[in-house]
Design a protein around this ligand. Structure first.
Ligand SMILES: [Zn+2]
Length: 132
């Protein structure tokens, strides 16, 4: 006779998965589905491996979520950044799709070729070490 199809949809298999709240749309999602963002020297960057220390903000890999987060200034608040938080690099990552499909931690971390990046970032290599 007809067997019951095992529909996994009704059976919430995500019981033990950690859940985070997206700072953009404020919806909750699985930790593995969200992108972790941290502040590094006043700049918001994607924490691809979700390993960086410090506070992290979570976002869906969706530009709209990022836009919302920026608009309501949720990022500096979530990251406890006082003062300016440069989100240019972060917007870049979202715009170029670098944040989608990052569930697999393995193999990530190879330098991404930056094409068409008219670098107007004020990257100051201030290797200032005053030695007597
Ligand atoms: Zn979201």
């Amino acid at each position: 006779m007809a067997q019951h199809q095992l529909t996994t949809s009704s059976h919430g298999a995500s019981g033990h998965q950690p859940v985070r709240t997206c700072v953009g749309c404020r919806k909750r999602g699985l930790r593995s589905e969200l992108v972790r963002v941290v502040a590094l020297r006043g700049r918001a960057v994607v924490d691809h491996r979700r390993r960086l220390p410090g506070r992290g903000a979570w976002l869906h890999p969706d530009q709209r979520c990022l836009t919302q987060a920026i608009r309501r200034k949720a990022l500096p608040r979530a990251l406890r950044v006082s003062g300016q938080l440069d989100t240019g690099e972060l917007e870049d990552s979202f715009a170029s799709g670098l944040v989608s499909g990052t569930q697999d931690e393995e193999g990530y971390g190879r330098p991404v070729p930056r094409r068409g990046n008219e670098s107007r970032s004020t990257r100051h290599e201030s290797a200032v070490k005053l030695k007597p």
